[in-house]
Write a protein that binds this ligand. Sequence first.
Ligand code: GLU
Length: 441
Amino acid sequence: MTITRFAPSPTGYLHIGNLRTALFNYLIAARDGGSFILRIDDTDPARSKEEYVEAIKQDLAWLGLKWDRLERQSARLPRYEEVAQKLRDMGRLYECFETPTELDLKRKKQLNMGKPPVYDRSALKLSEEERARLREERGPGHWRFRLDHARIEWQDGILGDLSIDAASVSDPVLIRGDGQFLYTLASVVDDIDFAITHVVRGSDHVTNTAVQIQIMQALGATPPHFAHHSLLTGPEGEALSKRLGTLALRDLRARGIEPMALLSLLARLGSSRPVELADSLEEIARGFELSSFGAAPTKFDEADLLPLTAHHLAAQPYEAVRERIAALGVPEGIAPEFWDVTRENITVLDDLADWWKLVREGAEPLVAEEDREFVAQALELLPAPPYGPDSWSAWTKAVKEATGRKGRALFMPLRKALTGKDHGPDMARLMPLLQKLRARS
Ligand code: GLU
């Protein structure tokens, strides 16, 4: 059975890059009829916040990315200790005492000598007495996993055949001096214990993957299938991280972006397949293929979300938006018709507020200088509301006869006089909704 997970650290709001990871993992599980785990990576008590855990859940719920199971790393510390002890017993975990400054110095020296800045394993040479002395002087040390200096190879679901020389990577720290388990270990233990079959994450994790494969193998586990998606950039190829603040999912939500627009775009962006607006996550999942994605950085333009949102809304039946329209104060009796008449004339749902204001209060007429007389004459011929389905044609016909105007020169000034805008819904359908005319007062 396919089991995937999305594993955010609750140190901030989810952004568009996180969504890509969450969505891919969700879609693989959904496509295979598997299970999707939301795993909160909260082993860092200083940076993890409950408020972000809640926000992550809200954002995923808004998008409809339902998780089958929720796990928190902070609840699993005894299990990580158990596994750490196992690694110690196997001689794969060793205690080190270098300070950050000392490590930094070592790295600089190595770089000066043209060598890769890989940890030199001097802690492995310490005798039992030296370790005891250092522990006394500096407190408990941090623990590194001793990599096996061989090539680590895997078939990546997006990047293809990968091979990394373990000797080019520092032995990773798995436990800090203060006892905090680091992500590298916690994630491996969880992926094994939860029987994760597929892991998709950003290409910034490729080296982690190499290391984690070795830890899994040391523990006698079979690594899951790994895939690393490219990182998103802005429309000009600039790093997105600079603009993360503006690309938090909740900001997009506040701007009126619809979940289906966002999901449809992200499910195809950076792949060889065209972006198509989908109706449901099931539909997106059905055709989802990781291998259609490329390795190159993927350009993301927030502006693309607007037309997708507009198309999505235009296709929605009233039932799908009933509550949101009610929230705008549109009475139930008129709401279905109001929606039908306006839905193709909005970009985001909040644009309805404008049309609703027009319907209820009328609009300041927009009259061009050269149309002033014509509009005044037309308005003389306009009866007071209420209007019916024939009111627009009856009125425009009467105006045409009285003034001799026709075509656009007839209709556009009348639209602008009644709505204050030069665009909008079919006037014959809008007019019966108009409850008040400012043009007459
Ligand atoms: N908490 C990690 C992150 O947010 C998870 C990475 C992973 O998927 O393993 O980067």
